[in-house]
Design a protein around this ligand. Sequence first.
Ligand code: URA
Length: 212
Amino acid sequence: MPDAFPDRDCPRCPRLVVFREESRVNWPDWHNAPVDSFGSLDAAVLIVGLAPGLRGANRTSRPFTGDYAGQLLYPTLLKFGLATGDYAEDPNDGLSLVNCRVTNAVRCVPPQNKPIGAEINACRDYLIAEIDSMANLRVILALGTVSHASILRSAGLRQKDWKFGHGAFHELPNGLILANSYHCSRYNTNTGRLTEAMFHDVFAGIVNHVRA
Ligand code: URA
């Protein structure tokens, strides 16, 4: 099992290494490396996104920071008491997470925001190490089906036994709750697949579980 966080020059995914090297040439001031999780390992809630956005986390170094998805995620965390401060799309904005941590199923930015299966599999060790390091973890929120599937596999469970459904709260055999939401991506919100109210309902459920 590796450390909970990949090396800056993690070699596991050849396609992502090439993309990272190109990004380092094109945008030398950007982060252009695996993106570490945000929030304390002591948290009860772990939110698992897909992968860093090119001009979001890959630029700023903080998950969901500076991209469209963060404009829904972070105000929602503030609304439900899972964050304090202000979200200003900048890792130095002073935002702190409260009892909550944010990570991604794949730590490096993929071309077109789409990691391939081998990359999701190669990065799973880091997700497993992350989950294992969270002693107070109660609820994992999967943003989208890719993250849902990777979390299940990290727990040795099969997708056919734990079907993804927006708003579902699965009680896993290891005692954790696996919550599901459609990903808060621009595509899902622009098409109306995910509304702000639907997203808020999922967080209301999470907060209830954590307080219970
Ligand atoms: N930014 C992230 O860090 N993760 C996502 O899944 C989407 C945008």
